[in-house]
Design a binder for this molecule. Structure first.
Ligand SMILES: [Fe+2]
Ligand SMILES: [Fe+2]
Length: 417
C-alpha cells in the first residue's frame, strides 16, 4: 500500500482529479459556464418581455387592439422580420414597423401558407410550437429561420402564427420556442376571456333593451323612447363634462328610467285625455315600482337614484318624494330634462309631436322650477348644435319630431313621461 492509499486516496480518484485540473478541461468548463450564463441572461430577458407584453395587453380592452399589440411585440421578442397569421384557409401578413419592413423581401402570404401547409396543420392540431428544418422550407423561404406557434381564438378556432427571421439570422432555439408558447398561450387566453365577457355584456344589454321596448310599446310611445332618453342623457352628461364611467351609467339609467311602468295599468298609460286625480296617483307610482324592480340586482345599484327621482322638480313640486334642488341626484336631474324633451317631441296616438322648437320653449319656461338650470342649458346648447351640425344623424334618430305646427293645447306638465 502506497503512502497516498494509506492516507485514504485511491489511484482512480487521483486520475479524475488530475483530469479535471487539466488546463484544456478547465477552459472547456469555463466556456460551458459562459454559455450557460448567456443562455440564462437570454431566458431572463425573454421572460421579462413576456411579462411586459402580458401586463400591457391585460390593460387593454379592445380585442383587436390586444391582438395587434400581442403580435407586434411577439415579433419583436423573437427578432422576427415578418409575421403571418393563418386562420381557417386564409393567411395574412401582419404589418411590421418601418425598420423591419424596409429590410423585408417580398414574400406573399399565399406562398408562405403553401410552403408550410403541413406544419400549419400540425400546429393547429397539437397546439405545440414547431421549428421546421431549413431543408424543408429552403425552396420557397430561402435561409429564413421559421417558427410556428398556436394562438387560440375566442371562437375556439386555433390560428397559427408564423414568425420568420431575416435570411442568415440564428435559427430559433428552445428558449425562443418556450417564450413563443408562453406569450401566445397567455395572449390567447386574455383574448378569449375578453370576447366572452363582451358577448355576455351584449346579451345583457339586448335583454334589457327587449324589456324596455316592451314597456315603451305598452305606453304607446313611438318606439325607442327609453333608448333615446338613454342616448340623450349620455350626450348631456358629456356636454356637462362628466367622466366616461358616469356617461355609461347615465345611458343605463335612461334606458331603465320607466321600467316601473310595467306595473301601471295600460288603460291609464294609454288614456288619450287628461288623467283623473286617482289615475294620476297610479301613474306616479312608476318611479318607485322601477326602483323596487331593479333594487335586488346589485349591478343596477348606480342607476337606482335616477330611476326613483326622474320626476322630481327643482321647486319640490315633483314626485315621489317632493325633493328639491340639490337634493335630487344629478343623474335624475339629467334624465328629467331629456325625458321631458323626448315626451314632448314624441308622437302619441292622440296627438302629433310638438316639434323641437316648441319643446325647447317649454323646457326654457320650466327652467329653474321644473328642471335644473345648468343641466337644461347644457342640453339645449348641445342639442341645438347637434341638430345643425349632424343633420343626417338627427334626421335618422328624430324622424318623428320634425318641426311643424305644434299640437294644440299642449300642456307643459306633459313631461310626466
Ligand atoms: Fe317616467
Ligand atoms: Fe320616460
Amino acid at each position: 500500500m502506497s503512502a497516498f492509499e494509506a492516507a485514504g486516496f485511491h489511484a482512480a480518484a487521483m486520475d479524475e482529479l488530475v483530469e479535471e485540473l487539466n488546463p484544456g478541461r478547465v477552459r472547456a468548463i469555463q466556456r460551458e459556464n459562459e454559455d450557460l450564463g448567456r443562455e440564462l441572461l437570454r431566458c431572463y430577458e425573454q421572460l421579462s418581455l413576456v411579462f411586459e407584453i402580458t401586463e400591457h395587453i391585460a390593460n387593454l380592452q379592445d380585442p383587436d387592439a390586444i391582438r395587434d399589440v400581442l403580435l407586434r411585440r411577439y415579433a419583436g421578442m423573437l427578432t422576427a422580420a415578418e409575421v403571418f397569421v393563418c386562420a381557417g384557409d386564409g393567411c395574412n401578413s401582419i404589418e411590421m414597423p418601418a425598420a423591419a419592413a424596409a429590410s423585408r423581401r417580398a414574400l406573399s402570404a399565399e406562398a408562405v401558407r403553401e410552403c408550410l401547409r403541413d406544419e400549419v396543420e400540425a400546429v393547429r392540431s397539437t397546439r405545440r410550437v414547431r421549428v421546421p428544418p431549413v431543408e424543408k422550407t429552403r425552396s420557397i423561404l430561402g435561409e429564413r429561420p421559421v417558427l410556428l406557434a398556436a394562438l387560440r381564438q375566442a371562437d375556439a378556432e386555433t390560428s397559427v402564427v408564423i414568425a420568420l427571421r431575416e435570411p442568415g439570422q440564428p435559427p430559433f432555439d428552445s428558449s425562443d420556442m418556450l417564450a413563443a408558447e408562453s406569450v401566445l398561450g397567455y395572449g390567447g387566453y386574455i383574448l378569449t376571456n375578453i370576447l366572452m365577457v363582451r358577448s355576455l355584456q351584449q346579451t345583457a344589454i339586448e335583454t334589457v333593451r327587449a324589456l324596455v321596448n316592451t314597456i315603451d310599446a305598452k305606453d304607446n310611445y313611438t318606439s325607442g323612447h327609453s333608448q333615446r332618453v338613454g342616448w340623450l342623457a349620455r350626450m348631456t352628461g358629456e356636454a356637462l363634462g362628466l367622466p366616461r364611467g358616469q356617461l355609461q351609467m347615465l345611458e343605463w339609467a335612461g334606458l331603465l328610467h320607466d321600467v316601473g311602468k310595467i306595473g301601471v295599468p295600460e288603460h291609464i298609460l294609454n288614456k288619450p285625455g287628461r288623467l283623473t286625480p286617482e289615475e294620476f296617483e297610479e301613474m306616479k307610482k312608476h318611479p318607485r315600482l322601477g326602483y323596487d324592480v331593479l333594487k335586488p340586482v346589485s349591478r343596477f345599484e348606480p342607476v337606482l337614484g335616477a330611476v326613483l327621482y326622474h320626476h322630481e322638480n327643482q321647486d319640490g313640486s315633483g314626485y315621489p318624494e317632493g325633493l328639491r334642488g340639490d337634493q335630487i341626484p344629478l343623474p335624475a336631474r339629467i334624465i328629467h330634462v331629456v325625458d321631458i324633451f323626448d315626451a314632448l317631441t314624441s308622437t302619441r296616438s292622440y296627438r302629433p309631436s310638438f316639434g323641437v322648437q316648441k319643446a325647447f320653449d317649454i323646457l326654457r319656461e320650466g327652467r329653474g322650477t321644473v328642471t335644473e338650470p345648468t343641466v337644461t342649458d347644457a342640453f339645449l346648447a348641445w342639442f341645438d348644435a347637434y341638430r345643425r351640425e349632424q343633420a343626417e344623424d338627427f334626421a335618422l334618430r328624430f324622424a318623428h319630431c320634425v318641426d311643424g305646427a305644434p299640437a294644440a293645447g299642449a300642456p307643459a306638465a306633459e313631461g310626466a313621461a
